[in-house]
Design a protein around this ligand. Sequence first.
Ligand SMILES: Cc1cc2nc3c(=O)[nH]c(=O)nc-3n(C[C@H](O)[C@H](O)[C@H](O)COP(=O)(O)OP(=O)(O)OC[C@H]3O[C@@H](n4cnc5c(N)ncnc54)[C@H](O)[C@@H]3O)c2cc1C
Length: 365
Amino acid sequence: MHDYLIVGSGLYGAVCARLLTDAGHLVRVVERRSHIGGNVYTEEQEGIVVHSYGAHIFHCSNQEIWDFVNRFASFRPFVNRPVSISGGKLYSLPFNMFTFNQLWGVTSPDEARAIIEKERLVLDREPGNLEEQALSMVGKTIYDLLIRGYTKKQWQKDPKELPPWIIRRLPLRFTYDNNYFNDTYQGIPDGGYTKLIRGLLDGIQVETSVDFLTNRSELQAKARRVIYTGALDEFFGYDLGVLEYRGLRFEHDWFQSENVLGNAVINYGDEEVPYTRRIEHRHFSPTQSPVSIVSREYPANWRPGDIPFYPVNSPENEGLHRKYCERIAEYENYYIGGRLADYRYYDMHQVVGAAMKFVRSLAVR
Ligand SMILES: Cc1cc2nc3c(=O)[nH]c(=O)nc-3n(C[C@H](O)[C@H](O)[C@H](O)COP(=O)(O)OP(=O)(O)OC[C@H]3O[C@@H](n4cnc5c(N)ncnc54)[C@H](O)[C@@H]3O)c2cc1C
């Protein structure tokens, strides 16, 4: 009999497993995929650390979270400076003075502000769709070149048909600073995220290729408590409805070259280019490999059974998720957490912080 059965070996499950084990509990982890780590999984190919589910950069400003993850892997400093190729030209992201210079030739913040102010859509009401929201924040040039095509591809819908909440805030930086994140710490685990997850799960019973939902009664009978990090609608057989996600598909190209893109991440703003991003993995973690692996990231419609990537947090889906939460709250000795069960887009540091908070809360129950 285990004290805790943890369903899912993603970052949330792995951090809970480590903390509970360190607190003296007997923990078992089951994972339906054939590997540990969930979406942060990385795999070494030809000496290159490949981010199998898309580019992952750890960033945070919380000392406790940073110190915690550094116990299990040494982090190599990495600053994310993505660029966008749109209309055959290259633009710096996030929108900053480099971008404004590339767009309009301006060199001072005042000149850039004046242009955006002139171009901005002024409404006497709240923006009614994503296009209006973006136009009212950044104006026509940036919207047309760097937002419209990318968004249309990502959501497979015209931005006029998308709700404004999708672009809650668009960072505009009036400094020459193209560091994508504002956080104090930023890096990538040396050897990849799988090494970090392996460190977290060290000495803990972990079984991969085991689906909790198909072996539920047998598995839960052997544990005092269950921590479930999967999707709640799936847990209940979707009986109240399906929580929507956006999917992704990756295609990997191999090159006999040590530098193909010149950067780790390149966004593609043009609608005609079917993928949204290309990632050259060797730029995340230096390598001596003579080859390079470049992944193309394609947006995909998601159906139950596919790997869910981005939750569609519309008011309808939020309401449905609340109903599932109410139902699972009635299950004794069941706890939920992580991006799937919470139906939230969480960055990795948020997942680590949430797992720490959750395990602490158990101590006071
Ligand atoms: C494309 C992309 C890029 C990202 N980039 C970044 C980034 O740069 N920086 C950053 O901080 N964050 C990034 N993130 C977010 C990051 O991926 C998440 O914060 C993190 O993976 C969430 O971990 P989790 O444990 O909550 O979920 P998951 O990684 O999804 O883990 C849940 C696990 O549970 C397993 N599971 C589910 N149901 C069952 C079941 N019935 N039985 C057994 N196992 C089950 C799943 O297989 C999975 O392994 C990105 C996300 C995406 C989609």
